[in-house]
Design a protein around this ligand. Structure first.
Ligand SMILES: *Cc1c(COP(=O)(O)O)cnc(C)c1O
Length: 428
């Protein structure tokens, strides 16, 4: 069933470290051979052996309207004829900036980059440059890309592979990274008190998605906002995952929370490598060439990436019912999964917010990294593989959220629920 993928994986490991260009793709935490994809359309992925899968990762978010979404594909094709890069400004970059500013709250200015990593790294540098302070607070199990500063108690692949301290990140850098458990406001207050006037920023995933999906406790984000206001700390919302996914205006809109700086990635590029960070003029004016906080990129604002993102965001802006539809589908899936899991012997938790959802095989609520990490990963592995062979592609790690795309039909969702029932029977 996976012959071609097995061959490709063997070959890949000779020329690419671990056979993959991003760790979680290697299936290390669930075991087995990663499936090599050849193409995808709508809600379905097709692998090198011709197997078809219902897709629940959506390229980790960007494919919110389904794969090979026609307006985006067409726009890329047309744009490519006029050159794939200039290294000089274009009108399209202004249109993209104006479109984003029209969609999301609290952003007067936006700078485009090429990944979520770059967006978060640059936002942190800006917060430091703006405040003249060095330390910052992040939350355990939250992932903000792979810049050195963020690789302390990080989520996503760092959690999946249980890398406690990342070799190559110097102690000096790590010392400026303060960490607190997610949803624990007392821990944040303690850090702020112990590091008075030294903290430049608090960065948070408004809805955590890199340790499965974990919701913010009521009042948690608001309390962070208050602390940041009182202590002259820049409040950075990392919306790389939630931006343009939870609502056209992201978590800021959906949860009615105000960021000083906000970072984007994933959906913003419509499947091309794009990230962005933005905020109020008072802060953004410190970025070069307006200010001295340096930040640059040869391919930043690349025309192909911009037209893909611009087309995608235009669709999302002009059709807000997409978000209601996505949420209804996700709740339907949640209720169906709940039904079949309830009839099964093992404890479980389903966390869901908007079009993000995850299952943890746990007998306690999953509210932070410690509770996520203590879930039964062995059962998750078995569930993952039982679903994979039945043609449902889930994230290959319990530390990742599932992302629904709007090409999914209710028939797909019913099939996923039915296959979950079969899978649970198989794994016992
Ligand atoms: C994916 C992700 C990033 C990193 O984005 P890349 O494009 O992979 O560099 C940063 N923050 C969050 C919340 C993410 O989910």
């Amino acid at each position: 069933m996976y012959e071609k993928s097995k061959q490709l994986f063997e070959r890949a490991q000779k020329s690419i470290p671990g056979g993959v260009n991003s760790p979680v793709r290697a299936f290390k935490s669930v075991g087995g051979t990663p499936v090599f994809m050849t193409n995808a359309k709508g809600a379905y992925l097709y692998d090198a052996d011709g197997n078809k899968y219902i897709d629940y990762i959506a390229s980790w978010g960007p494919m919110i309207l389904g794969h090979a979404y026609e307006p985006v594909v067409k726009a890329i094709q047309e744009k490519a004829l006029g050159s794939t890069s200039f290294g000089a400004p274009t009108a399209l970059e202004i249109e993209m900036a104006e479109l984003i500013i029209s969609m999301v709250p609290n952003v007067d200015m936006i700078r485009m980059v090429s990944s979520g990593t770059e967006a978060c790294m640059s936002a942190l540098r800006l917060a430091r440059g703006y405040t003249g302070k060095n330390k910052f607070i992040k939350f355990e199990g939250h992932y903000h890309g792979h810049a050195d500063s963020f690789l302390v108690k990080a989520g996503s692949g760092v959690a999946t592979f249980n890398i406690q301290t990342v070799p190559g990140v110097t102690a000096g850098v790590a010392n400026d990274t303060l960490t607190a458990p997610y949803n624990n406001i007392d821990a944040v207050k303690k850090l702020v008190a112990e590091n008075k006037n030294e903290i430049a920023a608090v960065i948070v995933e408004p809805v955590a998605g890199n340790m499965g999906c974990i919701l913010p406790a009521p009042g948690f984000l608001e309390a962070l906002r208050t602390i940041c206001d009182e202590e002259n700390i820049v409040f950075i919302l990392d919306e790389v995952m939630t931006g343009f996914r939870l609502a056209a205006g992201g978590a800021q809109q959906k949860l009615n929370i105000r960021a000083d700086l906000v970072t984007y990635g994933k959906v913003i590029g419509g499947g091309m490598p794009v990230g962005a960070f933005g905020g109020k003029v008072a802060i953004m004016q410190h970025i070069a060439p307006l200010g001295n906080v340096y930040q640059a990129g040869t391919l930043s604002g690349n025309p192909i990436a911009m037209i893909a993102g611009f087309t995608m965001l235009t669709e999302l802006k002009s059709n807000p019912s997409i978000y209601t539809e996505l949420e209804e589908k996700t709740i339907y899936l949640k209720n169906g999964l709940d039904e079949v899991l309830k009839a099964w012997a093992q404890p479980y938790v389903i966390n869901q917010f908007g079009s993000m959802i995850s299952i943890h095989f746990s007998n306690h609520a999953v509210t932070d990294f410690a509770t996520a990490a203590s879930a039964n990963n062995d059962l998750f592995k078995k569930y993952f593989h039982a679903m994979l062979k039945r043609g449902v592609y889930l994230p290959p790690s319990a530390f990742e959220s599932w992302f629904l795309n709007n090409a999914l039909t209710y028939t797909d969702l019913d099939e996923t629920i039915r296959k979950t029932k079969e899978s649970l029977q198989e794994i016992g």
